[in-house]
Design a protein. Structure first.
Length: 256
């Protein structure tokens, strides 16, 4: 008989979820408790002041009961997380604030960023195969944007930042695959990405490289005409030098 080993996991990418060491879900249903948990998870090891949390929860106007309500939310959250103490999870009061200790391996955002950083470093060092593997692992952790439905300031800022990191991770993974000669594997992903981000010229340049690298020269030239039309019609600009040079190289029959 085989036994599956679970580790406590805090998921912030996509729907927020907590899974304990036995694979059981721990539910934090109240919206404001979810918001407090998200802010504390995004400030690992740091003390988040009571004033900051009250401003996060009630950005427009603090109710007279704000401080007492926050204390109640934190008390209930602490009780919810108490069974995870054996796994290194602790919500503590420090001075006029709170800090949440959670092992890095238990938070999907930290795992995503760690793999992204290592993959970026490997690619910069010329280790394309290692980079492709690490960046693919990072992308596989991405279940969706950060904590959708939680609209407090810290989450909104981190969501925007992480969305940008995710897009960069996609580009670097494509770059690593192209260096390995795996043009076919990235074309469908690039076609999806240029649809989602039509003004991001670096994605179009990668698509031209991938198509030309597979001998699909006519499709590469058609893609260039498409992005040029999009940029001209929507933004009133011409493609940047790098994209124009890629187009010229394809016209001249360069191999990639």
């Amino acid at each position: 008989m085989f036994h599956t080993t679970f580790h406590t996991t805090f998921q912030l990418l996509g729907r927020m979820a907590i899974v304990d060491g036995g694979g059981r879900a721990i539910n934090v249903r109240a919206a404001k408790q979810q918001a407090i948990l998200a802010v504390l998870l995004l400030r690992p090891g740091g003390v988040v002041s009571v004033d900051r949390l009250m401003t996060e929860l009630w950005p427009d106007e603090l109710p007279a009961t704000a401080r007492a309500s926050l204390q109640t939310y934190v008390y209930r959250l602490r009780r919810t997380l108490a069974p995870l103490a054996a796994h290194g999870v602790e919500l503590a009061t420090l001075g006029n604030g709170y800090t949440l200790t959670v092992p890095d391996r238990a938070v999907d955002v930290r795992a995503f960023e760690r793999r992204f950083a290592r993959g970026s470093q490997a690619l910069a060092a010329g280790e394309a195969a290692e980079a492709a593997g690490l960046l693919r692992e990072a992308l596989n952790l991405w279940r969706g944007p950060l904590a959708p439905g939680i609209e407090v300031e810290t989450v909104l800022c981190e969501r925007r930042r992480l969305d940008a990191v995710h897009l960069t991770a996609s580009e670097l993974w494509v770059e690593a695959e192209l260096r390995l000669g795996l043009h076919n594997s990235v074309i469908p992903e690039l076609e999806r990405l240029v649809e989602a981000h039509p003004f991001r010229e670096s994605l179009w340049e990668l698509l031209l490289r991938a198509l030309a690298g597979r001998g699909r020269r006519a499709e590469a030239l058609a893609a260039y005409r498409r992005v040029r039309d999009i940029l001209s019609t929507e933004l009133g600009i011409e493609p940047a030098d790098r994209l124009r040079r890629r187009h010229q190289a394809i016209l001249e029959g360069a191999s990639f």
